[in-house]
Design a protein. Structure first.
Lengths: 276, 239
């Protein structure tokens, strides 16, 4: 079979569309997680989504929906729990992350069937994307981009400093929780493509790469999304040709792009001129 | 309207029943420039955070411009926190930070017009950072970062400006520069300024009143000369 023959297959085209939309959405939320300095929340959300998916499989409920509920629940309750218990945010997030991972593997152990589905949610399989997945991620991506365009002034304020935003009457908490909810939606919808144990890497690495290259937030969104799309599409092509696991290939390509960004970063050369 | 800030019976108690602030009754008039002085741990920064509702007191009432604190009132309060450290790679420019002041004033949905851009440039010129308008904030020196904070609250058109140790970690030249900027702002605008300071030599010329706090309690509040004659104050500062 010629490589170009793959484009005749609907499953491959769906995977390609998912790569583009998943790349855009993960690239964007990665910028928020990096600039808000909440990497652990990103990790906790990914593992909470994975735990939710396993719970869904065990209870016979839609795993993506269950993943979404766990993801939102974990991200919304981190701040209030840390406040009430007077624990540092990172400690409460570590607790949550450990708890979710424990739940996930406990339920995996209890699942007698669904082995293929479990592995799918763990490592990801973008080639099993359905048209329903494509429609849902399309809607979520449009929502995400619309939110950025309409509320970009509020988002900029909280990316700069949450305390100052709160002090001058900008609705900081509302914007922050909307960002977390949108991030939870994106994580849950990309769970099956990239996998619960790998999705955080697709969120963190493209934005970290973009951070090396630009001093403008708007450009950072674009570069981060471009890097995520590149990793996803290249990963899809490479794994199709070589039969390597697609999720792992995407993540290793993301790591390579990050290394390239560091090497070619003009920021790191301490030049005053902006790169873009 | 004469009263900018009214604090009535404010108490803040920590979990271990220790009083952080005790029995605070204060009235700052509109147009006052008050230096808040006291030893470490006196509760100076906490007092500022209570005024702008970042910390909720255990008991007591706060009125800002004779109204209860709401987002509408917070839009008129400009807060400059103690720490002004920015990550060197942060992708936010000086112009964007000043525009955050406009977001506080007009709301987050309003798009910036040409006039708003002009206003931002005028403010940057007035505080002396016009050459840095497109510079990423991570590249600013300590003094430049403080000027940026002042520019931000000017863009916000804040009527009450709260500054928490704006001169810390600055060299003498930068401190003098910031003090001149504060005096300039006070003279140009009708504002009330509350400024937390550690060092007596740092009190701006514009300050007409001093608030001396120790162990969470008000020791003395009034005109500069009255405070300097207070015995506890003299002992603390070796006068």
């Amino acid at each position: 079979m010629e490589f170009l023959d793959f484009f005749n297959y609907s499953f491959f085209n769906r995977a390609l569309i998912m790569s583009i939309l998943g790349g855009i959405s993960c690239g964007i939320i990665g910028v928020w997680i990096l600039l808000l300095n909440i990497p652990f929340i990103g990790v906790a959300m990914s593992h909470a989504a994975f735990a939710g998916a396993m719970t869904g499989l065990l209870l016979g409920i839609n795993p993506v929906l269950c993943g979404f509920i766990f993801c939102i629940g974990s991200s919304i309750f981190i701040d209030p729990v840390a406040e009430k218990t007077k624990l540092h945010n990172n400690i409460s997030i570590s607790l949550l992350f450990s708890f979710m991972l424990g739940i996930a593997f406990l339920f995996i152990g209890m699942l007698k069937d669904y082995r293929a589905e479990v592995l799918g949610f763990m490592w990801g399989n973008i080639l099993t994307t359905t048209w329903r997945d494509v429609i849902l991620i399309s809607i979520a991506t449009v929502l995400l981009i619309s939110f950025i365009i309409i509320f970009h002034r509020g988002i900029l304020a909280i990316l700069f400093n949450r305390e100052i935003s709160r002090a001058c009457g900008i609705p900081e908490k509302l914007i922050f929780y909307v960002l977390l909810i949108l991030s939870s939606i994106i994580v849950s919808l990309n769970l099956h493509s990239i996998g619960g144990l790998l999705i955080y890497s697709l969120i963190a690495l493209p934005s970290a790469s973009a951070y090396q290259l630009t001093y403008r937030t708007s450009t950072m969104y674009i570069i981060s999304s471009a890097f995520a799309i590149t990793a996803c599409i290249l990963g899809l092509f490479i794994s199709t040709i070589t039969a390597l696991p697609v999720g792992a290939t995407i993540i290793l390509l993301s790591c390579s792009l990050f290394l390239i960004s560091v090497i070619f970063s003009k920021k790191r050369n301490y030049e005053k001129k902006t790169f873009f | 309207m004469n009263t900018a800030v009214l604090l009535s019976d404010i108490n803040l108690i920590a979990n271990n029943s220790r009083y952080i602030l005790q029995n605070i009754n204060l009235e700052f008039n509109y147009g006052d420039c008050v230096a808040i002085i006291g030893p470490n741990g006196a509760g100076k920064s906490t007092l500022l955070k209570i005024i702008n509702a970042l910390i909720k007191p255990t008991s007591g009432k706060i009125k800002i411009f004779e109204e209860d604190i709401s987002n509408k009132i917070k839009n008129k309060i400009g807060y400059i926190p103690q720490s002004n450290y920015f990550d060197p790679f942060l992708p936010i420019s000086v112009k964007e930070v000043i525009s955050i002041g406009l977001s506080a004033k007009y709301g987050i949905l309003k798009k910036l017009s040409y006039n708003d851009s002009q206003l931002i440039e005028d403010i940057a010129k007035n505080v002396g950072i016009i050459d840095l308008i497109n510079t990423p904030i991570g590249k600013l020196s300590g003094g430049e970062a403080q000027k940026l904070s002042i520019a931000r609250v000017l863009a916000q058109d804040a009527k009450l400006i709260l500054m928490d140790e704006p001169l810390s970690n600055l060299d003498n030249k930068a401190q003098k520069d910031i003090l001149n900027t504060i005096d300039f702002v006070y003279q140009q605008q009708t504002v009330t300024i509350l400024i937390v300071l550690h060092n007596l030599s740092q009190i701006p010329k514009s300050c007409n009143k001093l608030l001396f706090i120790s162990n969470g309690q008000i020791v003395k509040f009034g005109k500069k000369e009255d405070i300097f004659n207070n015995k506890q104050f003299q002992e603390l500062y070796n006068l």
